[in-house]
Design a protein around this ligand. Structure first.
Ligand code: MRU
Length: 359
């Protein structure tokens, strides 16, 4: 994804195996800065401050966080404390707790002095698994795109996505964008409408950047534009990612996803959610009532960061002095608005029955 083969993924490790390397996504698309994380505290900061973000990527990073801490202390009490501390970094995406739980369950039966080496290997295996999972999501999503394209011969398919559920949000390939990359490899023409995704602009900054790197035709649109495009037949399909999907198929994803689902429903546009099954939280049912929604700093709403003519990153204020702002980072789209879930095991209905069958 990002230049040299060694840096193709969104996270990787030093050749010496003593640290995790990540892209500081806060600086994209202006600068490609790689940061070295060599402690669990550094990993947690990178997750909280969103150097790394996207549900699968924060899970993979947290797995390495556990592995780094095992080099300092690997007894049961330390494992439990590290797990709880990492889980509290961001509350909504369930992949974070899924990954730390997987690490702890695998490490606990091992002798304490064997845990550090095993943990590093387990984190690597989890990262590799994420890549394979997303490639499978891409293959299943490609089938959907090919079927749609057959109905619209002679022109590119128009796909709309929200936020960044691409390679940058995962170890590689992405979830919502995996079918796009699979289509590109298969020679199927796809054009992507990229919602800018205020307040943090993951669409404008990250999705547009990675699609540009891959040579995928795309157009950035203001968040409010999607409904208008759907009314005018300019969106064939919506595919978004997910941070948590409930047992009955409610989908929690980046704030603004729900409004896109409503507009898609009103206009008969298929609305798909691409998700690894690690995003499924079988313990919760009613997403609106039960999923904890992260609230971030109001400053993300009141201010915006960009690059000035001299290449410096500058933050500017958008609102009057003293105007309060509210910043919920995610919303919930009820299952009834979801056409289907693109998983590594195939395309599923967003229903309790279909999801229970994956257990
Ligand atoms: O706040 P972010 O940037 O971590 O939110 C990311 C999203 O909402 C993604 O759509 C989701 O994590 C799926 S990523 C494959």
């Amino acid at each position: 994804m990002t230049g040299t083969a060694a840096q193709r993924r969104s996270l990787w490790t030093t050749p010496e195996g003593d640290a995790l390397l990540v892209i500081d996504q806060r600086q994209l698309p202006h600068r490609l800065v790689v940061e070295r994380l060599d402690s669990v505290a550094a990993v947690r900061t990178a997750i909280v401050d969103m150097w790394v973000r996207g549900a699968p990527l924060i899970g993979a990073a947290a797995a390495y966080g556990i592995a780094l801490q095992c080099r300092v202390a690997a007894d049961d009490a330390s494992l439990a404390a590290t797990q709880a501390w990492l889980d509290s970094a961001r509350p909504t995406a369930v992949n974070l707790a899924w990954a730390t739980q997987r690490m702890v369950v695998a490490l606990q039966p091992l002798p304490v002095d064997a845990r550090a080496a095993a943990a590093w290997q387990l984190a690597g295996a989890l990262a590799d698994e994420d890549v394979a999972t997303n490639a499978a999501i891409g293959r299943h999503g490609l089938g959907l795109l090919q079927a749609l394209a057959a109905r619209h011969p002679g022109r590119p398919l128009n796909l709309l996505t929200h936020c960044n559920a691409g390679a940058l949000a995962t170890v590689d390939w992405g979830t919502a964008l995996a079918p796009v990359y699979a289509a590109q490899a298969a020679g199927l023409a796809v054009h992507v409408w990229v919602d800018e995704t205020r307040p943090r602009n993951q669409g404008a900054s990250l999705t547009a950047w990675e699609l540009g790197q891959q040579g995928v035709p795309h157009t950035v649109i203001a968040d409010n534009t999607g409904g208008h495009l759907m009314q005018h037949g300019q969106v064939d399909i919506v595919i978004v990612g997910a941070d948590r999907v409930t047992a009955r198929g409610d989908v929690c994803n980046k704030i603004g996803t729900y409004l896109k689902a409503l507009a898609a429903h009103d206009n008969g546009v298929p609305f798909y959610v691409a998700m690894p099954l690690s995003t499924l939280d079988r313990r919760v049912h009613d997403g609106v009532a039960e999923i904890p929604i992260e609230h971030r700093s109001p400053r993300e709403v009141t201010h915006i960061t960009g690059q000035d003519a001299a290449g410096a990153l500058v933050e500017v204020q958008l609102v009057p002095d003293g105007s309060p702002a509210l910043n919920p980072a995610f919303d919930v789209t009820p299952a009834r608005l979801v056409t289907g879930l693109i998983t590594e095991r195939g395309v599923l209905a967003a229903t309790a029955e279909a999801l229970a069958a994956t257990a």
